[in-house]
Design a protein around this ligand. Structure first.
Ligand SMILES: C[S@@+](CC[C@H](N)C(=O)[O-])C[C@H]1O[C@@H](n2cnc3c(N)ncnc32)[C@H](O)[C@@H]1O
Length: 266
């Protein structure tokens, strides 16, 4: 995969923001980024949805594929879209990407209900807690095109510290007909945190909603507010101080966005 001059410049910018470690902390690795690019080239999607753009590294690769196809668009949801839109602007890919700032479940529900378009590729890399990941999947499952792809990043809790993507993945794996069926491949070769490629092979009810009572109870406990808080605290405790401060700033920011943009003005 060859980068254009402007794409190189955009990637250099990211290096300046976060340092040059050979990878970008908090972003997908190079293997996953290239996989996303090739998936877009192969499947020629009309609509790609990304949950979590952060600095725009994965966004850049999805959008690069769309530009080379000369069709389709990417809608990317995040609590903060400033860095990623700067990256995409720098890379000259702005014509292919639309950023929507705010909580992904709230904003994507509003966006997709309004547009009515089906998703060909959904890349889930936003709120990695069980509660967040289940909410995102529940919101977007009904908007998937049959034959479309759902890609989860960070599927190995021991490596990444998050439990959400694994929880959703295990529910999809356990689903029996007539619930929606996915052909699931776990890719260990792309990225140490793991990537799951889930292709919808037969449509049906959402396996996370229409599951047995036992599984529903289990999901309910795992996705409670208290469990989310515990997951976040455990994750934060494992991080170095600089990352903890960053997360706290993001937390404050997300509350501000929620109050200023999502709650109705009284
Ligand atoms: C792991 S980073 C995404 C990295 C990006 N996909 C990449 O590889 O370049 C996760 C992102 O999800 C965003 N996020 C976390 N919770 C969210 C929520 N509830 N709604 C929207 N975005 C959220 C964070 O702001 C962060 O930018």
């Amino acid at each position: 995969m060859e980068y254009t001059k402007t794409e190189h410049k955009a990637i250099d910018n990211i290096h300046q923001w976060v340092g040059n470690f050979g990878f970008f902390p908090g972003s997908v690795g190079h293997g996953t980024a290239q996989y996303l690019y090739h998936l877009v080239l192969e499947t020629k999607p009309e609509l790609v949805v990304e949950i979590g753009c952060y600095l725009g590294f994965s966004t850049l690769h999805l959008a690069k594929g769309l530009r080379e196809n000369d069709r389709g668009r990417l809608v990317s949801f995040d609590l903060k879209t400033g860095w990623a839109s700067c990256t995409i602007h720098e890379a000259g890919l702005s014509d292919h990407v639309e950023f929507v700032q705010g909580y992904s479940d709230v904003m994507s529900r509003a966006y997709l209900t309004h547009s009515g378009q089906k998703i060909d590729i959904l890349f889930v890399d936003g709120d990695h807690t069980s509660r967040g990941c289940v909410r995102d999947f529940n919101t977007l499952h009904g908007h998937m095109r049959n034959g479309g792809y759902v890609i989860f990043h960070d599927i190995y809790p021991k490596m990444c510290g998050w439990k959400g993507p694994r929880l959703v993945l295990d529910c999809l794996k356990a689903a029996k007909r007539p619930l929606a069926q996915f052909d699931i491949r776990e890719r260990t070769d792309l990225d140490p945190f793991g990537v799951a490629v889930c292709r919808m092979i037969s449509p049906g009810r959402n396996p996370l909603v229409a599951c047995s009572w036992m599984r529903k109870m289990d999901l309910w406990v795992k996705t409670s507010k208290v469990m989310k808080l515990i997951e976040l605290m455990i994750f934060e405790a494992k991080l170095p101080a600089s990352h903890r401060n960053f997360l706290r700033r993001m937390g404050t920011l997300s509350k501000e966005i929620f109050h200023s943009r999502i709650l109705p003005k009284l």
